[in-house]
Design a protein around this ligand. Structure first.
Ligand code: LLP
Length: 429
């Protein structure tokens, strides 16, 4: 939880042992601030619990979902702690490589892999492609053939389970674009098994994000194990099961399932299944967590520019906008807002908005705050899908990013300048 790593000390909000107002002075705002201890703790919960259940024939692999926060310093930190990576583009693969991540621990999901991205992945000899259609399978087979390689693949199965989360981040229902429809999975595997340059190694699913309860994930796992049995009967033997990411975090007052509890239920199910179906065979169990590792490991700092009242409604205008943190405008997502320095001034309910020329540019609504112009505000739980979804809309440079480690501060991405933003553009002669 953010509370542990971003807490008040003498009325000043800190990131670990560093006061956030000092960071704002040094690096300016808007500023993403991450806690190294939080990242280490959250990934550690996955890794330590997995270790408890590891046996000679049951191997876990935690593949951090790069899209949630893809700064190479973060990837490097997590790689050193033993993480593999779940990627969704050639760009993310390049990041993992630049961060010193092990390509043999990389799995590649996504419905739209291009030929160049497939080639790059084969050159890096990634662990597995999570294939989402027959056309993609054929393309991978063809490219692998030309390169004289065999591509390891898994199919992303759409288990038709309701993740009971926001429709934009629910991915495992029939109507979603993701994965192979449940009823087509068996024939699709048969096609794959017949292709020369394909090695069928696994099965995967990812049903959605910000799941507070693990029941839908366990339901999906039951369906997957059932498929593994049916494939086995057809002579197709898999060596890994990947059940995706999706565990939620506390933004406001949610009570998400604890990571160790969720994992222990997964391992109980898989252990029991393995004992009765394939006790002598080595299986790998993979996870693709993103938000539960990065979400509460970061905040966004913004400075209050103006307080204004329009027709009786109070607005607090900050220098961070929807281009810096898109989640509120895109999903009506809730992010806690805390003043960096607690003040003794009258509190008032504000809509907190950014400087972008869009009515949808808001970061928080109806928040009671005791603030004055010039104050710093912290937007909590912004470590996941914050900076990684930021844009340059309105030619605004994306925020700088710093990683705090105890009393130490590392600038892990400098602020973008206008020149950075238009550097790739050219005048017509
Ligand atoms: N694996 C796959 C195949 C995924 O599509 C995702 C997320 C993950 C793993 C990681 O899921 P997580 O553990 O973070 O829930 N931008 C949205 C979230 C989009 C999630 C997309 N897929 C948000 O800000 O809420």
């Amino acid at each position: 939880m953010t509370e542990n790593y971003f807490a008040y000390k003498d009325d000043i909000l800190m990131a670990e042992d560093v006061a956030l107002d000092a960071l704002a002075e040094q690096f300016g705002t808007p500023l993403y601030v991450y806690s190294k201890a939080a990242f280490t703790d959250h990934l550690g919960q996955y890794i330590k619990t997995c270790k408890q259940y590891e046996t000679a024939n049951l191997r876990p692999l935690v593949c951090y979902s790069v899209k949630s926060n893809s700064n190479i310093a973060i990837l490097n930190l997590l790689a050193k702690q033993g993480a593999g990576f779940d990627i969704v583009s050639g760009g993310e693969l390049a990041r993992v490589a630049a961060a010193g991540g092990d390509p043999h621990k990389v799995i590649y999901s996504g419905v739209g892999k291009t030929p160049a991205e497939i080639r790059l992945s084969l050159e890096h000899d990634i662990l597995c492609f999570n294939v989402e259609s027959l056309s993609e399978l054929r393309r991978i087979n063809q490219i692998a053939g030309k390169m004289g390689r065999k591509a390891r693949i898994s199919f992303r199965v759409n288990p038709d389970v309701d993740a009971k989360t926001h429709p934009y981040i629910s991915t495992g229902l029939k109507k979603n674009k993701f994965g192979i429809p449940f009823e087509e999975v068996l024939p699709t595997y048969s096609v794959a098994a017949s292709l020369e340059h394909i090695e069928v190694v696994g099965i995967d699913c990812h049903i959605g994000s910000q799941l507070l309860d693990d029941a839908p994930l366990l339901e999906a796992l039951d369906k997957i194990l059932n498929l593994v049995n049916q494939l086995e009967e057809k002579g197709i033997r898999l060596s890994h099961i990947d059940i995706g990411g999706g565990i939620g975090i506390r933004y406001e007052d949610e009570q998400p399932v604890a990571i160790p509890d969720y994992l222990s239920r997964v391992f109980a199910k898989i252990g029991e299944w393995q004992a009765s179906h394939c006790p002598d065979r080595q299986m790998t169990v993979m996870f693709e967590p993103g938000r539960s590792i990065s979400g509460n490991a970061g905040i966004l700092l913004g400075r209050l520019q103006y307080l204004k009242t329009n027709s009786g409604k109070h607005f607090a205008v900050v220098d961070a906008g929807m281009n810096d943190l898109m989640r509120p405008s895109l999903y009506e997502a809730y992010h806690g807002v805390k003043p960096v320095i607690k003040r003794n001034v009258p509190a008032q309910a504000y809509e907190i908005v950014g400087p972008i020329c869009e009515s949808g540019d808001w970061l928080a609504r109806d928040r009671e705050l005791a603030v004055e112009e010039g104050d710093l505000l912290a937007f909590m739980s912004a470590g996941a899908y914050g900076m990684s979804m930021a844009s340059n809309y309105n030619t605004r440079g994306r925020p700088a990013e710093v990683l705090v480690d105890g009393q130490e501060v590392h600038l892990i991405r400098r602020r973008e300048t206008p020149e950075d933003i238009f550097a790739l553009e050219t005048l017509v002669p």
